[in-house]
Design a binder for this molecule. Structure first.
Ligand code: NAD
Ligand code: MG
Length: 401
């Protein structure tokens, strides 16, 4: 941190669900935060509106193809709006605004593998990195965490479960579960929209049904992941890397109310949890202000209205993606990278109407069966595994279609 009074923030994925929630919290604290850069894949109109409101120094359009035209449109629209933000385009510009000297904090909220390079750029520059983009950690966890340590970056989890675990672990937890008396991590899951759908109907569910999450409003990719419980699988792998916990010490607990955001069990029998309304502004505000606490605009938790909290074990027959993720974590090396890439291809195909919902798990299983897991020596190896899995997943999807 510099001695400037305000923290300068880059939001990667500013037009998304997490990006907008971040800017909502930031706007409540103009004395604390200043927006350095906002990025989006392609949505010009939304970006103009956000620039008008937050006056960033830089604004980045990531999509290189749409980039040139979109950047020109953005420049023109900003000029009309009287906003002086400098417009940049392309993937390299994402990394540039994430690692910029003047930036203190980076919210990593791009969805999917596309977030890996810019998030790593922030890590390598030693920033305070607020990690929503779980796919980055799943793809290249070992390399990612090694870079965090090397660059002395501060990594704070935004995923509500991991933020809850972070809050429930001992202060200054250094990754040694035994030394700190931690026995297990209990990761809660809502069960998503298909928790009680008859199994034989799952092959016919639509993208619209999959995206109608009972408790959370989120981007479409993570909504489908929640419906298949691959989101929880990715989160098990995320927890493994963030908290240095082996697979057998991470248990998934289905808790449909999404009030307990996760728990930590200690050797003396104590179980600590973080509770709150399902509103991402809580973990976002926690990480933005850490170790202080700030107003987030979140309604107080009304326990009397909730009345009751339920817990059940996950149904692995209904949610095969969860088991696939545990298998990939246990296999190690490139297996989680393959899992993540195959899932991204399958989810996109499902959202496009080219693959039935049940085809998502089948595609991922096919990729994990046919591409052997290899050790990941460096980032290139991770990117190659990602590309190979995408190719094969695409072939498998094409066979179904
Ligand atoms: P979203 O789809 O709403 O937004 C994604 C953002 O990423 C947009 O700003 C988009 O412009 C940008 N983007 C998409 N593709 C890109 C590309 N190829 N290059 C550069 N930018 C690109 O997604 P979201 O729900 O906000 O989720 C973002 C991340 O946070 C995901 O990794 C998700 O798993 C994680 N997360 C989200 C929630 C939630 O409540 N939404 C909760 C926990 C974790
Ligand atoms: Mg989560």
């Amino acid at each position: 941190m510099t001695n400037r009074s305000k923290q300068r923030l880059t939001v990667l994925g500013a037009t998304g669900s997490i990006g907008l929630n971040t800017l909502d919290v930031v706007a409540r604290h103009p004395d604390r935060f200043e927006v350095h850069a906002l990025t989006a894949n392609s949505r010009v109109a939304e970006l103009v509106e956000l620039c008008r409101r937050h006056r960033p120094r830089y604004v980045v359009i990531a999509d290189a193809d749409a980039g040139a035209g979109a950047a020109a449109r953005l420049r023109a629209d900003l000029q009309v709006a009287g906003v002086r933000s400098e417009v940049l385009a392309g993937e390299a510009a994402l990394a540039e605004v994430a690692a910029h000297d003047e930036v203190d904090v980076v919210m990593a909220a791009i969805v999917g593998a596309a977030g890996l390079k810019p998030t790593l750029a922030a890590v390598r520059a030693g920033k305070r990195v607020l990690l929503a983009n779980k796919e980055a950690l799943v793809m290249a966890g070992q390399l990612f965490m090694a870079e965090v340590r090397r660059a002395r970056a501060t990594l704070l989890p935004i995923d509500s479960e991991h933020n809850a675990i972070f809050q429930s672990l001992p202060a200054n937890f250094d990754g040694d579960l035994d030394a700190r008396g931690v026995r297990r991590i209990l990761l809660t899951a809502s069960g998503g929209p298909f928790r009680n759908t008859p199994l034989q109907e799952l092959a016919q569910v639509t993208p619209q049904q999959a995206c109608a999450h009972p408790n959370w409003v989120m981007g479409r990719k993570i909504s489908v992941d929640s419906a298949s419980m691959m989101n929880k699988g990715l989160e098990v792998i995320e927890a493994h890397w963030l908290f240095n916990a082996p697979a057998e010490r991470i248990e998934v607990v289905v808790h449909p109310q999404s009030v307990i955001h996760s728990l930590v069990e200690y050797a003396d029998g104590s179980v600590l949890a973080q509770l709150g309304n399902p509103d991402m502004r809580t973990p976002i505000a926690h990480a933005l202000a850490y170790p202080e606490r700030i107003e987030a605009g979140v309604a107080p938790l009304d326990l009397f209205q909730i009345g009751q909290l339920d817990f059940t074990p996950p149904d692995h027959r209904r949610f095969p993606c969860l088991g696939l993720a545990y298998e990939a974590l246990r296999a190690g090396g490139s297996a989680p990278t393959l899992l993540n890439a195959a899932n991204e291809v399958a989810v996109a195909a499902f959202l496009d109407g080219r693959l039935p919902f049940t085809g998502i798990a089948a595609t991922i299983a096919g990729v994990l069966e046919r591409i052997p897991a290899m050790p990941l020596a460096d980032l290139d190896a991770a990117l190659q595994a990602d590309a190979a899995a995408r190719r094969l997943a695409g072939e498998i999807v094409a066979l179904v279609a």
